[in-house]
Design a protein around this ligand. Structure first.
Ligand code: HEM
Length: 133
């Protein structure tokens, strides 16, 4: 059993489900704007963004554990990674804001639209990171 591959695979599973959650949750909230459902979705999407940040950091930690070095990224790949980190940070902030504030219906809908765009941007950056690294 190659434990390095196992560690990467388990991390990737969390990362993939996190990606589905942040994009799918936001799309669902836009399609079904019911206040009770949206609150549950906010928690779910917050968990998704946190999972992305933690599993993303885990990729780096595994690499450091086995090679005492972070992945050798440069150029376009670094930009794509930074975009993902910024999307995750904004995603966490926006979902926490949704959960803590009494937002009007239109503001809430707007925040879901932004969250949806952030998810899609991060997902697109993942493809760029994958093929430019
Ligand atoms: C702090 C934020 C994040 C970090 C540090 C991070 C880091 C990483 C790393 C290191 C990889 C492996 C790249 C490779 O195979 O060369 C990866 C893959 C991936 N990430 Fe992230 N990520 C973050 C956020 C996100 C977000 C927010 C999404 C989507 C909403 C996402 C979606 C993906 C997907 C789909 C892959 C697999 C790409 C593939 O192999 O085709 N990531 N991420």
């Amino acid at each position: 059993m190659d434990y390095q591959n196992l560690a990467y695979a388990l991390t990737q599973i969390v990362h993939n489900f996190g990606a589905v959650t942040v994009v799918g949750g936001a799309v669902f909230a836009l399609a079904w704007p019911d206040t009770g459902v949206m609150r549950k979705l906010s928690w779910m999407v917050l968990a998704g963004w946190l999972a992305q940040a933690l599993s993303g950091a885990m990729f780096g930690a595994i690499s450091y554990y086995y090679y005492t070095a972070l992945p050798d990224l440069f150029g376009v790949a670094i930009v794509a990674l930074i975009v993902k980190v910024v999307c995750a940070a904004l995603g966490v902030c926006l979902t926490v804001w949704q959960l803590l504030s009494q937002l009007s219906e239109s503001t809430r809908r707007y925040t879901w639209l932004v969250l949806c765009c952030l998810g899609m941007l991060a997902l697109s950056s993942a493809a760029v990171l994958r093929w430019f690294s």
